[in-house]
Design a protein around this ligand. Structure first.
Ligand SMILES: *Cc1c(COP(=O)(O)O)cnc(C)c1O
Length: 358
């Protein structure tokens, strides 16, 4: 029996990916030149479909990189001369912070404990940050930062660039792009595609900042600096020979998601999340890691299962579902369940049943 991946990424492929890969191979798409009009049309189609799905306004460019981790690197390198500020609540936000440290920036951070969110009644004093970096959905802990909190941070620091990691939030979360400056994701999570493509959505302020860094002699990298990426994205092209198959598939997945409609996708995601959390509240031996409902992720549900974690994973496996293990030192005491658009309601119901009875 084919197992269904409920891992938080890579995860189950979106069904449309199968046929589109076959189509791409049969039609010779993978062999076309990346400066050809055929390629430009593919990029333009993907750009258009993603813009529609995520409501991305004019003034934002969609750029293709190799991964989300690369997006972190490029944002810090191109938009921070000296100071960045980081909201750190798990391994991926920590990675963003470490990127700034390794690029020799003065990075500051606010840290919270495993499974906790940020109390933002008062926005912390960040000391003139050039960029504020937030992991909207922390995949290692299942904690999210509500978009309203992000908008209030923006209000308090209008001069800073706001960069958000939406890797496991998109396409469920649709940020109000007028209140942020950059967002990025990779495709092997909520978009259900093979890995190897990072998508950076950034506005004019980010590009202008890259120019000002360059003019003042701060190194901004070579082929994937924001200036070069933006110049080519404006022509629906890449600096280098890109992951054409990934760009093509993303366009097709977005087209499919648009045919369902964002509203319906968001509603179903919320309903499925509720099913899983309800099951966890009832379960005698499993509990949700995140206790504060306000910051509970709807797309990555982290379960504390203690010493019986392996047993729970096995039960899910025997029923046909591969769930993720905990992250890092919680590898063998927690499980992580992804709740993305390709995950069907009936499968989530079956998984919930397992949790209730555990
Ligand atoms: C998976 C993940 C990343 C890293 O994505 P890559 O494509 O492996 O670079 C970054 N941030 C979050 C929140 C993630 O879940």
């Amino acid at each position: 029996m084919k197992k269904i991946f409920f891992t938080p990424g890579p995860t189950e492929l979106y069904p449309v990916v199968h046929n589109e890969v076959v189509h791409a191979l049969n039609s010779g798409i993978c062999s076309i030149n990346h400066r050809s009009t055929e390629f430009i049309d593919i990029y333009r189609h993907t750009d258009l479909q993603l813009r529609k799905l995520m409501s991305i306004p004019d003034g934002f460019l969609i750029m293709f990189l190799s991964s989300a981790t690369e997006c972190m690197d490029r944002l810090i390198q191109n938009c921070v001369a000296e100071r960045s500020y980081h909201f750190v609540n798990g391994a991926f936000s920590e990675r963003f912070y470490r990127t700034a440290v390794e690029l020799r920036k003065e990075a500051s951070s606010i840290l919270v404990e495993h499974g906790h969110g940020f109390e933002l009644e008062e926005v912390p004093d960040m000391h003139k940050p050039e960029m504020i970096c937030i992991t909207q959905n922390e995949t290692s802990t299942g904690v999210c930062v509500p978009m309203e909190d992000i908008y209030s941070i923006r209000k308090a620091y209008p001069d800073a660039l706001i960069a958000i990691d939406i890797v496991t939030a998109a396409p469920f979360i649709r940020p109000d792009f007028r209140k942020i400056d950059a967002a990025f994701f990779s495709v092997q999570k909520g978009f259900g595609m093979p890995a190897g493509l990072g998508v950076l959505i950034a506005n004019d302020r980010c590009i202008a900042k890259a120019h000002s860094l360059k003019d003042s002699g701060v190194p901004i990298g070579s082929f994937h600096n924001l200036i070069s990426l933006a110049e080519y994205a404006g022509k629906y092209q890449n600096t280098e020979t890109p992951n054409l198959l990934g760009i093509y598939l993303l366009g097709k997945v977005c087209e499919h998601l648009n045919s369902i409609g964002h509203e319906k996708i968001a509603k179903e995601t919320s309903e499925k999340a509720e099913m899983l959390y309800d099951a966890l509240e009832k379960s005698p031996h499993a509990a949700p890691l995140v206790r504060d409902k306000r910051v509970r992720s709807k797309t990555v549900i982290v379960v504390q299962a203690g010493e019986r974690q392996a047993e729970l994973r096995k039960l899910a496996y025997d029923a046909g579902y591969i769930v993720g293990s905990g992250y890092g030192k919680y590898k063998s005491s927690e499980i992580r369940i992804a709740n993305f658009p390709m995950h069907l309601k009936e499968d989530v119901a079956a998984l919930s049943e397992i949790l209730v009875n555990f």
